[in-house]
Each structure stands twice: as structure tokens, then as C-alpha cells.
Design a protein around this ligand. Structure first.
Ligand code: AMP
Length: 174
């Protein structure tokens, strides 16, 4: 198993969820146990010995490997969710999309000052979602935030918005 084999297993779905978007569907890859095991070990090895004590996953595909990585790194797991889903007091960050805006929320007590956090999502596109999540983590007092994606769509240059604030590692690039 290698990164190229994982790349081959990711399915392209044209015009989902709307016309013009080429959706990178990871379900075809992660139904294979060897891929789940390879990806979780590869990413966890990359981040071991960095003092990470919390992994924050972005709803909803970021929850899949976010929780596996938390287990592998002996870290806690924090959900970063769409508005209105978290039950207790939250902090919210709104960000703009091509048309309109969206937002993410986090529980106010999710982070303790000094936490070293790994922020994870399945895919980096324009970077708006990850940047909003990163700002929430920083506002709550995270000491350092590393950011990981399974997939980066390089042509959208999301990295340019993130690299000033966080070290980014993406496994598969298009
Ligand atoms: P962005 O905020 O533009 O970086 O978008 C990132 C979020 O949208 C991630 O949670 C992705 O799962 C999702 N996303 C954006 N574009 C795609 C795509 N082409 N294929 C799959 N997911 C995508």
C-alpha cells in the first residue's frame, strides 16, 4: 500500500453537489481496510512526538480520520461543527463562500490554554473552512495548531490562506 494506491482508489464524481464541482469521494478508498490502516499509521507517524494532545475534526468527513488520529496520538477529540449542532456554549466563525456564507462552531470549553492541536479535514479546497476552524482554536487559546488534509486541491491555492498561521501537511495533491 502506498499513497499512489490511495489516490487511485478515490472516486471522482462530476457535478456533485452542484454543476462544475468535481467531488473527490473518499468512500471508495476507506471501505478498504488496508487503506484505513495505511492512512492512519502514515499520518499518525508524521505527527508523533509533536506534543499534540487534541485532534479537532471538521464536520463531517473530518470526523472519520480525526477520531482515528486522536486514538493513535493518545489525544482527545474535538468536533468542529456546522451551526446549531453543538449543545452547550459555542464560539462561531462565519466565512464567505463563492455564493453566500457558511459558519463553523466549537464548544467554548473544547480547548485549554496551552493545548497543541491537530486540525484535520478530508480535503483542502479554498481554505475558508479550515481557516475559520483554525481561528476558533486560536481564539480559545491553543498554543499551536498543526493542520492535516487527506487531499489538497492545489489549483485552488487554499494553502496561501493557511500557511501564515499553521503548518499544513496534505497527503494527496491534485
Ligand atoms: P474549502 O473551505 O473551500 O477549503 O472547502 C473545504 C470543505 O468542503 C471540506 O470540508 C471538503 O470536504 C469540502 N469540499 C470542497 N470541495 C470539495 C471537493 N471537490 N470534493 C470533496 N469535498 C470538497
Amino acid at each position: 500500500m502506498d499513497i499512489n494506491a490511495v489516490k487511485q482508489a478515490i472516486r471522482d464524481v462530476p457535478d456533485f453537489p452542484k454543476p462544475g464541482i468535481l467531488f473527490k469521494d473518499i468512500t471508495t478508498a476507506i471501505k478498504n481496510p488496508e487503506i484505513v490502516s495505511f492512512l492512519s499509521k502514515h499520518i499518525a507517524d508524521y505527527y508523533r512526538n509533536k506534543g499534540i494532545n487534541k485532534v479537532a475534526g471538521i464536520e463531517s468527513r473530518g470526523f472519520i480520520f480525526g477520531s482515528i488520529l486522536a486514538l493513535q496520538l493518545n489525544a482527545g477529540f474535538i468536533p468542529v461543527r456546522k451551526p446549531g449542532k453543538l449543545p452547550a456554549e459555542t464560539l462561531k466563525k462565519t466565512y464567505s463562500l463563492e455564493y453566500g456564507e457558511d459558519a463553523v462552531e466549537i464548544h467554548k470549553d473544547a480547548i485549554n490554554p496551552g493545548d497543541i492541536v491537530l486540525l484535520h479535514d478530508d480535503l483542502l479546497a479554498t481554505g475558508g473552512t479550515a481557516l475559520a476552524a483554525l481561528e476558533l482554536l486560536q481564539e480559545l487559546g491553543a498554543k499551536k495548531v498543526y493542520t492535516n488534509f487527506l487531499i489538497e486541491l492545489e489549483f485552488l491555492k487554499g494553502i496561501e490562506r493557511l500557511k501564515e498561521y499553521t503548518e499544513v501537511y496534505s497527503l494527496i495533491k491534485y
